[in-house]
Design a protein around this ligand. Structure first.
Ligand code: IMP
Length: 197
């Protein structure tokens, strides 16, 4: 199946391609009139609500284009840190662009509990039928930024199921085996295979 991933984030597209490509699917970004989509993110404390808003915006964007009828994928995700009441959560993108990684490290200065998780909600729309799945990746916030790869908070996120490296120290493929996004996409594929569940 050819899936149009309605996101402007090339890392998210690469990750989806790593996972879904092995299963014989292709994933490409949504381009309308030669441009990446610009989503209006609703003010919401809930990843699912944001993802639902993205899917309805994506449907409107492809209406009356060659892409109408394509399988559309959307995702919303964030970093939730236990000791600071799950901050930055749904505001991760804004917080990353404002206080940045250094701001998060300052908030956690001296904190022994550095437990956190990435969460992702994915929604796949196949001609009006939708499937939704959640994915989580537990980890710890590092004391320092390490690594060059990935995006967002990857230089300070050490997944529990890894070997102690941050996501930024891993290749895209390594990250894809562990990430919240991949876990969510696996759930999505399972629910498509078993629609009664
Ligand atoms: P959105 O889902 O595009 O609204 O943004 C999610 C934000 O959460 C990103 O801008 C990052 O700051 C953070 N985030 C979500 N997933 C990841 C990830 O896999 N790596 C690093 N940061 C992430």
């Amino acid at each position: 199946m050819n899936i149009i991933f309605a996101t402007g984030n090339k890392n998210k597209i690469a990750e989806a391609n790593d996972l879904l490509g092995e299963l014989g699917h292709t994933v490409q970004g949504l381009i309308i009139d030669g441009k990446k989509p610009n989503f209006i993110e609703p003010q919401s404390a809930n990843l699912l609500e944001v993802a639902l808003s993205k899917i309805s915006q994506a449907r409107s964007m492809i209406k009356n284009t060659d892409l109408e009828g394509s399988a559309i994928l959307v995702e919303d995700s964030g970093l939730f840190i236990d000791s600071i009441n799950n901050f930055p959560g749904v505001f991760s993108s804004f917080i990353h662009d404002s206080i940045g990684i250094s701001g998060i490290l300052k908030l956690l200065k001296g904190s022994i509990n550095r437990d956190a998780e990435y969460r992702a909600v994915t929604i796949l729309d196949l001609q009006g039928n939708t499937w939704t799945a959640n994915g989580i990746c537990r980890g710890k916030i590092a004391e320092l930024e390490i690594g060059e790869n990935g995006f967002g908070f990857d230089p300070i996120f050490i997944p529990c199921q890894g070997d102690g490296r941050t996501f930024s120290q891993m290749s895209q493929k390594e990250k894809s085996t562990l990430s919240h996004r991949s876990n969510s996409l696996r759930g999505l594929l399972e629910s498509i295979k078993h629609p009664s569940k």
